[in-house]
Structures are given as structure tokens and as C-alpha cells.
Design a protein around this ligand. Structure first.
Ligand code: MN
Length: 429
């Protein structure tokens, strides 16, 4: 039997605060859907995080509904599970209306057995008779404990071609740069499935899918696939990956002998070219960095490109805020860039040396020491050091105050701003 299906993951529609960058994500999803229609696949798998939050804004829900409807009109069913981002413990995920409308089939169908094990039931694709099941994610990787009580035997005993959909990092496949990400060992997955459709990891794994070959024959060692995010969803992904994509799996499955001969192919989606500048500030003065930036901006072609600029290192003199992000963005936009993102999170200055953290004391004492040391290093006109110290304490206590039950967000915000004004003796103009 010939089969062909698409595997998408981590779309994160609406993940950016910046609408121009969200547009790129929407476009990537539209391109993916059009490609899938043209490829005439039997079905689509979405292994979690279609949405960036469980209750996205109307534009996002509208777009997802419209695009999934296209697939339905072409009689291409969509199977999936909820990811860590679009799952809601109170069942208030906006994936629900998609399920109700028959645009998305949630294959997570679990029951608790008498032995306190989780038994997963299969859904059979009407056309190919492939059996699908999966384990949805929960917030903060809480689903990991469920792998330990998974009734693997019933899953492994099930006859016929099977696909397992999951949204969890597997320890053995974890790339170095994600070493702190929670994961579960591969051995906790049920064995004997034809394909394991992974989600959660935003990097494409196996990595060779993004290299020149972009396609390989699946064997026992390579049948767990993470396509990675469909489009970059944060600064780091834009800078490192530049683009996202999804997978198309095709080949033969022999239903009787359960021998499969499948091929996986990566489809990159490049909506806009991404250009990334790295500005090393180590041992440079503010003026030197400004000159360097000017030179780089002058010599680079930004036409209709998405631009990321990472400014990092330790300035020999000057303050980090003297490199004005807004001005940099404006200059590059004037040269025709589509959108510009500047990251200064790893920029420091020698004028602002690190502070020693004293161990072995209470949190409060450590906090007091840190604030004292900071205050000694900050120069603000007309405010003496003791006063700076007090103001930091005041600010922290204001920020630390939680909104009380019953007060509106607006009132809370107003109160916060009022308190700031009091601390800095600012008057409304
Ligand atoms: Mn994700």
C-alpha cells in the first residue's frame, strides 16, 4: 500500500509581539497548506503547538480555521495532539472549536486502567487504515511522568501499521544546546511503530534533514523525527535557523507483514531572507562600536530582508544604553529592511562590573548585599548612594506586589505607575 503524509510541528501562530514577524509565520503556514494540497497527501499530522497560547487572538484563530478548512475541502484529514503551548488544563484551548468543526482530529484518547496505567486508544485513518495515537503535552513538561505509567504493552501488541504522535524531548536525541530542556528516555516510548511524529523541539532532528540531502530512507534508528518549528518563533531561531519547514513522508507499508519502506523529505519554507549581524563590543568604546555599526550598516544590503543584530561583549567604556536600539533600527529600516530586531542581552560594560554574590546567607541578606553593591556603582546626579539603595528597595517592593483578587488590571497598572512616580518624585506634566 502506498502512503504519503505530511508532518508539521510547532507552528506557534501569533508567537511574536511584532505583527510584521507574525505575518511571516502566517505566510509560512499558508505555504505549508498549499504545498500539502499540491502534494496530494493522505493526511497531515500536527504534533503540537499549532498556537503559541491556548487562547490566541481572533486573527490567529481565523487564519488557522481558514487554512485547515482548505485541507478539509481537499479531503485531507488533520491528526494531532495538543502541545505545551496550546494545551489548557481547563479544556479551554482554542484547538477545541477546530476539533468540533472537524478540522482537527485530536488523537490523544487516554483512559486510566485499574492498575493506574495510562492506556492510549488508536484512531484509524479511514483511507489508509493506518492507526494513530499519541500523548499530548502538558505545561512545563508535566506529561513526562505519564510516560512512566504508560501501558506500552497494549500499544505494542496492536497489529497493523501505527504512528505515534508526541510533544516531548527525548533524552537521546537532545541537541547539546538544549541540555537543560526536560526530557524522557527513548526507552519509554512504545516500540514497533512505523513512524514517531515528534514535536516540542524547535530544531530539526535528525539534523541531516536540513543539510543538502534533505531526504532519507527511514530505518529503526531514524524513525523518530522532529521537523522543528514551521517558522522561526524567536530571535535565536531567526538568527540560527533563518527558516523553518516541515516533512513529507512517503513510501510503502505492507499491512500483512507490517514491513514499511518509508522515505522522509524536509520541505524548507523561506518566506523572507534573514540577515544576521554580530557586533563584538569587547574592548571597544561606545564611539568605536557606533562607528563599526555605521560601517556594517552602510556596506550591507537589507532590501526586504528580516535583520537580526546581536550586540555583545564588554565595552571598555561607556554605558550599554548609549547604543540606542531605536536609532539602529531606524537606520536599517531606511535602507529597506522588512523588519529589524536588536538584541543587547549579552552586552555589558567595564564601568558596570559584576557583583560578588555572597553565599551561605539568607535570601534577604543576599538581596540586601547585592542592592548595596549596585548602589555603590550607580552614578545618578543629585541622588546620593544611600538614597539610590533605598529607591531600589522601594522599586522592588512595588514590583513584587501582586494584584489583589477583585482589582482590575487597569487599576493595578495605575497604582503601579503612581508608586513609581512617588519613588522618583515625578509629577505629571
Ligand atoms: Mn513549541
Amino acid at each position: 500500500m502506498k502512503v504519503k503524509f505530511a508532518h508539521i510541528s510547532d507552528v506557534h501562530l501569533g508567537a511574536w509581539r511584532n505583527e510584521r514577524l507574525n505575518e511571516l509565520g502566517y505566510k509560512a503556514f499558508k505555504i505549508a497548506v498549499n504545498t500539502i494540497v499540491n502534494e496530494e497527501v493522505d493526511f497531515v499530522i500536527i504534533s503540537g503547538d499549532l498556537y503559541d497560547v491556548s487562547n490566541p487572538k481572533v486573527e490567529v484563530i481565523d487564519l488557522a480555521t481558514r487554512e485547515l478548512k482548505k485541507l478539509k475541502d481537499h479531503e485531507i484529514p488533520v491528526y494531532g495532539i495538543m502541545g505545551s503551548h496550546d494545551f489548557s488544563p481547563s479544556e479551554k484551548s482554542m484547538i477545541r472549536p477546530l476539533i468540533s468543526a472537524g478540522l482537527f482530529k485530536d488523537v490523544w484518547n487516554a483512559e486510566l486502567t485499574e492498575e493506574n496505567k495510562i492506556k492510549l486508544n488508536f484512531y484509524i485513518d479511514p483511507k489508509t487504515k493506518i492507526k494513530l495515537t499519541g500523548l499530548r503535552a502538558r505545561k512545563r513538561g508535566l506529561e513526562i511522568e505519564e510516560y512512566h505509567i504508560l501501558d506500552r504493552k497494549s500499544l505494542e501488541d496492536e497489529k497493523g501499521p501505527k504512528i505515534f504522535i508526541f510533544h516531548t524531548m527525548l533524552y537521546e536525541l537532545k541537541p547539546k544546546e538544549f541540555k537543560d530542556m526536560e526530557s524522557t528516555p527513548k526507552s519509554l516510548l512504545p516500540q514497533g511503530f512505523e513512524y514517531y511524529a515528534g514535536g516540542h523541539l524547535h530544531k530539526t532532528v535528525p539534523e541531516k534533514l536540513r543539510k543538502d540531502e534533505r531526504s532519507f530512507k527511514i530505518d529503526d534508528k531514524t524513525k523518530i523525527v522532529y521537523p522543528g518549528s514551521l517558522a522561526p518563533v524567536n530571535f535565536r531561531e531567526l538568527e540560527q535557523y533563518k527558516f523553518g519547514g516541515f516533512c513529507i513522508i512517503s513510501g510503502d507499508i505492507d499491512k500483512e507483514s507490517q514491513i514499511s519502506n518509508l522515505n522522509v523529505r524536509y520541505i524548507p519554507i523561506k518566506v523572507k531572507e534573514v540577515i544576521s549581524l554580530l557586533i563584538d563590543c569587547n574592548n571597544k568604546s561606545i564611539t568605536q562600536v557606533q562607528d563599526l555599526l555605521k560601517e556594517k550598516i552602510n556596506e550591507t544590503n537589507f532590501d526586504d530582508k528580516t535583520v537580526t543584530i546581536r550586540i555583545y561583549g564588554t565595552l571598555s567604556s561607556g554605558r550599554t544604553y548609549e547604543l540606542k536600539t531605536n536609532e539602529i533600527i531606524q537606520k536599517i529600516q531606511e535602507k529597506g529592511a522588512y523588519e529589524v530586531l536588536v538584541n543587547k542581552s549579552s552586552l555589558t560594560s567595564k564601568e558596570y562590573t559584576p557583583i560578588s554574590v555572597v553565599v551561605g546567607k539568607t535570601n534577604e541578606e543576599i538581596e540586601n548585599t547585592l542592592i548595596y553593591e549596585h548602589a555603590q556603582k550607580i552614578k545618578i546626579n543629585n541622588i546620593d548612594k544611600k538614597n539610590v539603595e533605598n529607591k531600589i528597595h522601594d522599586l522592588l517592593s512595588v514590583i513584587g506586589k501582586e494584584r489583589e483578587e477583585g482589582t482590575k488590571v487597569k487599576e493595578y497598572d495605575k497604582e503601579l505607575v503612581n508608586n513609581f512616580k512617588k519613588i522618583f518624585q515625578l509629577e505629571e506634566e
